[in-house]
Design a protein around this ligand. Sequence first.
Ligand code: MTE
Ligand code: HPA
Ligand code: MOS
Length: 825
Amino acid sequence: MKHASPPHDSSITHVTGESEYVDDRTMLAGELFVGCFYLKVAHAEIDAIDTSAALKIPGVAAIVTAKDVAHNAWGPIFQDQPIIADKVTEFAGEVLAVVGATTPEALRRGLAAIKIRHRTRPAILTIGEAITRKSFIGGERFIRRGDVDKALNDAPHRMSGKLVIKGADHFYLENQSAVAYPKEAGQMEVHSSTQHPTETQHVVAEALGVNFSDVVCIVKRLGGGFGGKESQSSPIAAYAALVANKTKRAARIVLTKDDDMIMTGKRNPFEIHYEVGFDKKGNILALRSRLYSDGGAYADLSTAIMERAMLHSDNAYFIANVEVIGQVCKTNCHPHTAFRGFGGPKGVAVIEGIIEDIARELKLDALDIRKSNVYREGHDVTHYGQVVENNRLPSLFNELEKTSDYRRRRSDISLFNHNVLTATNRFSPGAETLRGLSMTAVKFGISFTTKFLNQGNALVQVHRDGSIQVSTGAVEMGQGVNTRIAMLVAEEFGVSLDTIRVMTTSTEKNANTSPTAASTGTDINGAAAVLAAQKIKQRLSALALKLAIISPENWPSKTAGLGSFPEIEIDTLDDSPGLTDFSGNKIVIPRRKLSNVSSNNTATGQLKNAERFSISFPQLVNEAYLSRISLGEYGHHRTENLGFNKLTGQGQAFQYFSQGAALSEVEVNRHSGEIKVRRVDILMDVGRPINESLDIGQVSGAFVQGMGWVTTENLVYDNEGYLLSHSPSTYKIPSVQDTPREFNITLDHNPGNKANIRGTKAVGEPPLLLAISVWSAVKDAIRYVSERDADHLAFNRTHLLPIPATAEQTLRHLDPHLFTAPVIK
Ligand code: MTE
Ligand code: HPA
Ligand code: MOS
């Protein structure tokens, strides 16, 4: 089935450069540049901050410190984080002072002139140290089913391990930024690059000590967010607002890439200890895993991220006996935060890695093990007690196995690797690389696991020419949420897409919104917009029925100005939408239904012989306006049937699951450890897609972003906890050269999803988890060496390939003898 896929609503203006981002806003006279002062040490007590010299520098207009902040605490779950630190700094990059200056040069000099007296304190920089010192955020969390001890004891095979997963930077192209405009009577207007305008409004208001109603947060679009602007953009906006408030001048903050990477949190690093029991066919009988994450210095979203990791520890596989334990660690690192997939990728990496290792131990094909463990009829309840409805997983594996030609390629690769490993000279052409192949799946739960966030609101306004403006809480960050919402509204009214404008997001129009996150942007905001549209449609339908039985010369457009005919009254309670058909920019009432209306109506006899009644959308809208019928509506949507109890770890955590499978083929250089992705085949279930092209863009983008996380993106900190890899020269994100040489993406045809608006499924995050297949394909390549070498096998049994599998790590696992020094962290 082919769907029309109109382009992204900003595709043209992105190319011409017309698209406006925060820093494209025209500077006002007197506007200030804002920057942040921080230390490069992880933990210190602050004795004094002396800003007197800095304030004397020409152009420095204001310096804001903790004492200027009305309510100096914020946080998306717990308010445990100062907006500006005061007596102690808990991580390298924590803001201690904010400077506003008239030029970037004055700003730089002002920041450099701040003097500080501090005493460094011992810092906790690793998960291991945090565990030893019991430095935790929140308590331990559990999800349990069955009898894990017994099942492990009875299992024919057991395996245990510790998987290390490092963080990753969001590397959005537009860094954190905001402009604040002071308004009369203490009000503040903030334009922010944020995924969460409502939280930014709240944090700014609290920092200034004003009511939420005194702050408006406006978001036109983001140059990428990826979760990095779900929470951490709010204090950044507060810095601009504090300077603006103090000076009564507009104030603009745009972090440099270096500052952004040093100051802001990343994907949480995890360490997962697990034990697994399985039978001789590779059926997993029991899993116990203990997940520790590095939360950094403050809670941010880490507890919710941990919860999602625990909920995704099963991924696509039914496991009868499960115990998952999660604990967030408090360290002296930047507070880690949401990143595409939230905790999901970490839980999924563990189980997919385990399956690769089971396959190696049993000398079986890993795909066969996946297929025998996959959720299926009779085995379709997750460890947290939710039934996997609309389960596409078995068919995704089977389909992709066929379309990707898995079996043939497996035997080709086995032969290829055999030749490589038996070549007499490892430097001879053709013997430098080994190949690996792995298929993994994703079953990503869609909903915020925090129930109250699963709501959205929308404002729909129909104008007199029939054009329509839609405003919701959704934030456009490149993913295409505006285009999808516009398509839903256009379809609801039966009008063409070019009459719909999705407007700038603003807390003035849509309040109490949730962040655009958890991939739910279209689900909740699109549903709210459709609800609002339906209410308008109901009134327009009722009016159309009345117009149908009134002679056109008596219609409001002919009579309203003179008042020569009574105004039309509509009964909005009738079921008129069922009688009218909105499509092709027209509203049509078929004859069959028309006779229904006219029979009990005495107004005129004009319809007796009519075939049908039809009126254009703009004309009907105009008649409605002249009849004083409201053309604006507000819709509020709440996702039904959710109920996950965080205390028991059981319940309906998600509205539905987006699913998919990917086969990745990699080539690993035996001398450098460098990885090339030769081919990727993806089969992705997004229900009934709204816009296939946008979805394919999301699948490919998420996958490549995930590839970066599992291969080359390596965060390196010094011994003081200061990030050294804080620019593109030292932090390697995928480039166009790194994209798979052959990249086949197919959307699964799945009309069976009932759960969501129009049967669609969310796509934003789930495909990122498919990139785990690149990492497991590297494991697969390494396995070919282990099969011939008992020492190699022993090494790889005890040293699990970490994430990211950098060139160095990959080489170490391919050829442990090459290394004499321990792993460089
Ligand atoms: N796509 C682009 N181009 N830029 C982004 O910042 N963020 C991702 C995903 N896709 C992102 C993106 C993340 S982390 C999420 S949660 C979803 O988009 C959010 O938008 P949605 O709910 O509308 O899918
Ligand atoms: N995903 C993204 N952001 C969130 C979530 C989630 O599940 N819960 C709270 N914030
Ligand atoms: Mo996405 S990590 O939920 O912003």
